[in-house]
Design a protein. Structure first.
Ligand code: GLN
Length: 537
């Protein structure tokens, strides 16, 4: 089994535990250590796939088709860790398997209880990933805040695991907050002391404290935390606010966090700095040469986490082109009411991300039409491809009733519809077309130019598909189906011939973009938007 780092959080939620865990992974990888990451989510949903983005934020999809927590997106963007369906453990999954085993008679004669049965199942899953991945370090992030009732079984499980594995095999890094009280002009350590106290009540003494803070920690504060939390001074690590999330690994490196971790875990591996990351990512983020405005039209734009990977991938596309990407977020329902149309005019590029349900659809169709008719680079993703197809059918092919059967079951022109195998599905959880599928690209298209290869593989999360019956009329009017799934003949990418850059794909390229390796479609979309800016200014 690998060594394990448990990451817990105290005081408040939204402390950036996911970014902290991902940054720890990055620091360890830079030292030549292999890692994998597990996220434990204490909710009863089996996976977040059935949750509304307002509840949960984006649903992140892995190669093997698991619908997971968005923190896995941070892990994949920061590290090379292999993540699968086993990388996200939820209370729902744990109870589901324990109750299934109980019904099968696996516990015959016994009373099935939270301790030991639920905690054993949690430990079994963590041990399994840690063994199978064959890595040096497994990072396990526990969602929620210490003190929450629902995370207790996870904390008890990690307490037991730490005890079973022994000191230099498992450590706990506790992320906490030192709030700054303006009126007192002071940074407070008390909430941190209390949250460490809560952890110790359940038998976990943190090995390292990662203190989120607006201002530098003074010597006195460090001494106080160290004394009251039973930690030596070096184990109290400052995590000061930084402007960009990609600066976090650099900041933590400066604080010596990786040295501390390898010392506590007794791992001997060489040190290396983050020069490449600094030059390729952070420098370009901080002082880019150019700047553009890109519109994202969606219905969850009020919540930054709902399109997390999309926003990040746009930033990556900017880094690759040495440009700052200003993201103008437009609510598609506002476009329906005629509001914000002037903002579309400001855009050098327009992106419509994935989505479900008919709310705001007509606003999105309006936005695609604007981009198509005004030669503005357009990037449609999943639902963004489906609305592009509906718009083209209605306004160019003159199929006035064109729609998706998701929005109009009895549409006369079902441009987007369900495959036969989807029609009989009753359970909605984990039954979409999920995960990686191959796609063949046609030469001399914008997609082929972006990828520079004939065959690609991309991640999916959708139920509806382009209706191939309409392919000939689309082709006749200037659409190129540049990406197709050869096995099933499904449309994966459509492009507009007489347009500078109009690419719409059924898959989700945003899940595979990294800050130091922008996804080719995002890179070229931003490139096309920069070109458009040159031409209009
Ligand atoms: N609602 C559409 C479908 O199910 C698109 C899904 C998406 O954009 N992820 O096919």
């Amino acid at each position: 089994m690998s060594k394990i780092i448990f990451v817990t959080g105290g005081v408040v939620s939204s402390l950036g535990k996911g970014i902290a865990a991902a940054s720890i992974g990055k620091l360890l990888e830079t030292r030549g250590l292999s890692t994998t990451i597990i996220k434990c989510d204490p909710y009863l949903n089996v996976d977040p796939g059935t949750m509304n983005p307002f509840q949960h934020g984006e649903v992140y999809v892995t190669d093997d088709g698991a619908e997971t927590d968005l923190d896995l997106g941070h892990y994949e963007r920061f590290t090379n860790a292999l993540l699968t369906k086993d990388s996200n453990i939820t209370t729902g999954k744990i109870y589901y398997s324990v109750i299934t085993k109980e019904r099968r008679g696996d516990y015959l004669g016994k009373t099935v209880q939270i301790i030991p049965h639920i905690t054993d199942e949690i430990k079994r899953r963590i041990r399994k990933v840690s063994k199978e991945r064959d890595v040096d370090v497994t990072i396990v992030e526990i969602g929620g805040t210490v003190g929450d009732i629902e995370s207790l079984p996870f904390l008890e499980a990690i307490r037991q695991l730490r005890w079973e594995l022994g000191e230099s095999y498992a450590i706990n890094i506790h992320v906490t907050l030192l709030p700054y009280i303006k009126s007192a002009g002071e940074q407070k350590t008390k909430p941190t002391q209390h949250s460490v106290g809560r952890l110790r009540e359940i038998g976990i003494a943190p090995d390292i404290l990662l203190c989120r803070t607006e201002k530098h920690i003074t010597k006195e504060q460090r001494d106080k935390i160290s004394l009251f939390c039973n930690l030596d001074r070096d184990s109290v690590v400052e995590a000061i606010d930084v402007k960009h999330i990609y600066e976090v690994p650099l900041m933590l490196k400066k604080e010596g966090l990786d040295d501390l971790i390898v010392k506590k875990l007794n791992i001997k591996k060489g040190d290396k700095d983050l020069t490449e990351w600094r030059n390729l990512v952070v420098k370009r983020l901080k002082s880019p040469k150019r700047e553009i405005d890109v519109c994202v039209v969606g219905k969850y734009i009020a919540l930054p986490d709902a399109y997390k990977s999309i926003y990040e991938a746009l930033v990556h596309g900017g880094i690759a082109n040495n440009a700052r990407v200003n993201i103008l977020k437009i609510d598609s329902e506002d476009l329906e009411k005629g509001k914000h149309e002037s903002r579309l005019k400001k855009a050098h590029g327009l992106l419509i991300p994935g989505g479900f349900g008919d709310r705001g659809i007509e606003g999105k169709i309006k936005a695609v039409q604007y981009a198509r008719e005004n030669n503005i680079p357009y990037f449609g993703i999943c639902l963004g491809m489906q609305v592009a197809a509906i718009e083209f059918a209605r306004n160019v092919c003159k199929l006035k009733k064109a729609n998706s059967t998701e929005f109009d079951k009895n549409s006369k022109n079902p441009i987007i519809c369900l495959l036969e195998e989807q029609k009989t599905i009753k359970n909605l959880g984990a039954t979409m077309r999920l995960g990686s599928y191959p796609c063949k690209l046609s030469k001399k298209t914008n997609s082929h130019r972006a990828y520079s290869k004939d065959n690609i593989s991309e991640r999916h999360r959708h139920r509806y598909e382009f209706n191939n019956k309409y392919k000939p009329s689309f082709v006749k009017k200037g659409i190129v189906f540049s990406g197709v799934n050869a096995q099933h003949g499904l449309v994966e990418i459509m492009e507009l011939k007489n347009h500078p850059w109009f690419v719409a794909c059924q898959f989700h390229p945003e899940f595979k973009s990294k800050p130091d390796k922008a996804h080719p479609l995002f890179k070229d979309f931003i490139g096309a938007a920069l070109e458009h800016k040159k031409q209009v200014s």
